[in-house]
Design a protein around this ligand. Sequence first.
Ligand SMILES: [Zn+2]
Length: 292
Amino acid sequence: MRHGTAQNASHDGWTVCLTFDFDALSVWLASFPPATPAKLSRGEYGARVGLPRVLDLLAAYRLPATFFVPGHTAESYPEAVAAILAAGHEIAHHSYSHRDPSTLNVDEERREIERGMAALERLSGQPPVGYRSPSWDHSNATLSLLVEYGFAYDSSLFADDFYPYHPRLGDRVGPDIPLQPGAEAPLWEFPVDYALDDWPHFTFNFNPLRVGLSAPSKVCEIWTAEFDYMVVHAPTGVLTLTMHPQVIGRGHRLTLLAQFIEHALAHGGGRFARLGDVARELSAHNLAMEQQ
Ligand SMILES: [Zn+2]
């Protein structure tokens, strides 16, 4: 069952949303403890080398992008976040500490949301409209908290590929309970996928499940094939790529990103956009349809 797929388009052509999770140190502190000096230096690379290169590439092509920034990163590297904002990109919520929300209780989740929001607001002067879970997972409370705190969109779930959708609140389902769908949440989900994320492709981490170190040609093949499928089969679709400055910022990988951008631009008939702008367009479009 696909909810509302056909009408969830507000633009005539394709849309590509380049998104960057600017985790810096937080991912090593929270997601891969113990955070040894070498691990932290991998995060620091993202702030001192990867991010400036990504910003230069986006400027060279004059493309807008969305950066998901943990509050911990915003407070550790305020100048870097100011540079993202000065370039006209969107800053969105990515927790405070990069802890997995599915491991937190509701009070801890609230603290993550509020502290992360305050850190971003201090730099940008306004609350973020988008959220991405640091673990690409939710607790049973996350979605209702995002609604309560007024987020316009989430980008952490997997139930579609090219069309943003409304994730559901209060589904009932279990091994012995067939799905009883809950109500659609009043926010947009921009679905993600591990094949469209630079981290699993590239990040080596001394773990058989985290081999990484792919050739960029392999990843370029996957990303461009996904784009080519979309323009034929979902011509008004939205392709969301997830990257990390500490991963994509390496020279050979930045060349891959440039190749992907060139491939999409050569196709024509579409645009690159920030997730927050697409969410706003979709809501306005749906409102206009309802009022007809
Ligand atoms: Zn992250």
